[in-house]
Write a protein that binds this ligand. Structure first.
Ligand code: EPS
Length: 356
């Protein structure tokens, strides 16, 4: 069974491969009446795109999104919104040498075991190219959340390899390729990434995110808890290896007296819960962290096998991100927006409530 759709009342489906002619998505259930332009969607796509700095893949895709349906005279109609982007800079010959080879740590092995059919060009469906569509659809969700609930969603780089970063000034995350609010640290990050790229190796990253002004009451216990669906959404992003909600794994070392968020004068005094109790939003900021593994396509030789099981040494050439986690920041924001919007629509449908 294949599964390329998520969301219940706001349903997102994506299609396409890294080196296919086109990638696209359908966003069904989106409310009518919101103004949206291709340029607004593109503004978000540029934040995620390759080739924007020397620290990411140099594949140069224009990511010119086309709204194919669901928008008439600049306004959403309530019908399925279809978005497409043509792939214009795929270089499939980069992959000729590894057409039958398994890259350690890559989807190659698992996809081959499962499907026994291999689209080796740019990783096929397993490529991060698919995430363009999440960001495109997320642009609509973010706008709707902001216009209707004043909700804003922001993610930032909080760890690159062993370099830890504070949130800093989050209004500045788009001022560098690193999505960091700690602008003073950018030269150190530049230096680190330059050395990494030269070495041919890759590194992981932690992205932190928060959603502000989310109303209380979102989430569907017990199998559609808000935190469960956020975790699922985050784990569906390429290269994700971990998700924490609020204090996350640090809760293990906390005492209950420390972890519980006291309510003083009708206000929470802390937010270890990450804005979600028992799977339902509390009205506090929703906070989460996502761990991204190091990219597995490396030019450093590694021992592996080919698809016939023969021992080989594999070397990957081409235009790969030395840290795929950096470009994941807008993807985390988009997935958060899509999940929260879906839950607002579900909450309203069940409780017949107006707004919250
Ligand atoms: C990717 C490899 C590179 C990246 C690509 C993801 O593509 P290619 O090998 O075709 O040059 O550029 O990411 C994108 C194209 C994108 O838009 O994110 C991979 O192996 O996943």
């Amino acid at each position: 069974m294949s599964h390329n759709t998520f969301g219940k009342n706001l349903r997102f489906t994506s299609f396409g491969e890294s080196h296919g002619s086109t990638i696209g998505c359908v966003l069904d259930g989106f409310p009518p009446g919101m103004a949206i332009t291709q340029e607004e969607i593109k503004q978000q796509l540029i934040r995620r795109a390759t080739g924007q700095s020397r620290h990411t893949s140099q594949r140069k895709e224009k990511d010119d999104v086309q709204i194919v349906s669901g928008v008439f005279e600049g306004v959403t109609t309530g019908h399925p919104i279809a978005l497409i982007i043509e792939n214009t800079d795929a270089r499939s010959k980069d992959y000729t040498n590894i057409a039958k080879q398994i890259r350690p740590g890559h989807a190659d092995y698992a996809y081959w075991k499962k499907y026994q059919v291999r689209d080796y060009r740019g990783g096929g469906r397993s490529s991060a190219r698919e995430t363009t569509m999440r960001v495109a659809a997320g642009a609509l969700a973010r706008k709707w959340l902001h216009e209707n609930y004043n909700i804003s969603i922001i993610a930032w780089l909080s760890q690159l390899g062993n370099i830890h970063l504070n949130a800093g000034d989050l209004s500045r995350i788009d001022d560098s390729p690193f999505f960091t609010g700690e602008i003073d640290k950018v030269p150190e990050l530049d230096k680190y990434m330059d050395a990494l790229r030269k070495s041919g190796d890759s590194v992981g990253a932690r992205i932190s995110a928060k959603a502000v002004n989310v109303p209380a009451g979102l989430g569907e216990p017990v199998y559609g808890k808000l935190d469960a669906e956020l975790a699922l959404a985050m784990m569906s992003i390429n290269a994700t290896k971990g998700v924490e909600i609020g204090a996350g794994f640090a809760s293990v070392g906390q005492n209950g007296s420390e972890h519980r968020d006291e309510i003083i004068n009708n206000k929470f005094a802390s937010n270890h819960a990450g804005g979600i109790l028992a799977g339902v939003s509390t009205g506090q900021d929703i906070t989460l962290d996502v761990a991204f593994k190091p990219t597995s396509s490396l030019r450093l030789p590694a021992q592996s096998i080919d698809i016939d099981g023969n021992a080989i040494e594999v070397v990957t050439k081409g235009r790969h991100d030395p840290c795929v986690g950096i470009r994941a920041t807008p993807i985390v924001e988009a997935m958060m927006a899509l999940v929260i919007m879906d839950h607002i629509m579900r909450h309203k449908a069940q409780t017949q409530s107006n707004k919250s």
